[in-house]
Design a protein around this ligand. Sequence first.
Ligand code: GLU
Length: 450
Amino acid sequence: MSVKVRFAPSPTGKLHVGNVRTALVNWLFAKGQGGQFVLRIDDTDLARSTPEFEQGIEDDLTWLGMLWDERHNQSKRFDRYEAAADLLKASGRLYPAYETGEELDRRRKVQLARGLPPIYDRAALALTDAEKAAYEAEGRKPHWRFKLDHGRVAWEDLARGHCEVDTASMSDPVLIREDGLFLYTLPSVVDDMDMAITHVIRGEDHVTNTGAQIEIFEALAKCGWEGATPGFAHMPLLVGSDGAALSKRLGSLSISDMRDQGYEPIAITSHLGRIGTSDPLEVGTSVEALGESFAFAKMGRSPARYDTADLDRLNAQALHVMSYETAQPRLAALGVDLGEAFWTVVRANLQKFADVVEMAAIVQGPVMPVIEDAAFAEAALALLPQVIDETAWATWTAAIKEQTGAKGKALFMPLRLMLTGQPHGPDMAAMAPLIGRDRIVARLKGDGAA
Ligand code: GLU
């Protein structure tokens, strides 16, 4: 069986690390075994969905390297949802209810006061045709509830193992609102059947929902709707580095913000694809390679810890191994393509790609030299080799050491400060030939323009 999964985001906001992790695990699971990934825009809520958010979703997935094989908009498939709803109505599984939100609230309060679970009492099932007609005459429109089987629904979850949900403890879910809006529950099932989705992979906050949806899959199949019930995987939720649920903070962790902050896509996909699994939290070579090593068996049951410090570390790792060929167009775009030797030296010092601009300034100047000891600067200048090649630094520093007696930090720090104006930075032996003799001389003389 060839695997086919879907990612079904609502275009009502920006993608954040939480929903991208869901998308990514779907993508890795499918692509790791040559399967298909469907992007399904869950835009049945026409009032809250926007084309800008939809475009943002596509841009983010593309940037992360998670391309899709098929793409659908639920807003273009209302005829399918109507057809499914008609079948369910005809079979008695979808029934009209007329209670207002206030009435339902009041009933819930009474139930709670009596120590009963606040489950919908199915009063609407007992309505006679005359009573329904009276409501309609009053101007009330029905919402439509799915009549659950009130039994145990069981499935073998790829991430959680054996799962059971007792639908007797649930209210019959509303599938269609009084204004005619299809809530996500039914369209999702119809699409999963129509698109031959083999696995539904999502967060564990959907477990109860899955119980109801499996009953809907089965009810539709019984009515003759083509398609099968997919398998399921419910992933543990993301928590922050403090162990607290991330759900409330997710809004501030959007992928577009992370792109603006200079994170590498592979750092984000490595982080989100590997947290909460037994794989080491190291950067992958590509999102495809992450897919090859992905397995639900590696996923633990405890929450996955999202930590910006880990992301920063992976981001630096990604840069430290980035080839010149990959970096070159980006260097050129920043106006700092100083050649392969430059890239190979400085990449080890980068936290974010844009740090390279600072490194280029060390080479090209101007640098404000920090000279703490004029005599030392003069001695160093006198001993500077004529040719600054790869071996010049070793020869030069050995000569300075011999003449001044300075060694270790006392030798190297003043040289770094004079040549770069900073106490930290890339390997000086490799930087010296890039800086070149003229600039070194000028900086040793304290020339702030060199
Ligand atoms: N749009 C739904 C959500 O984002 C999709 C859930 C699902 O994967 O079935 O929660």
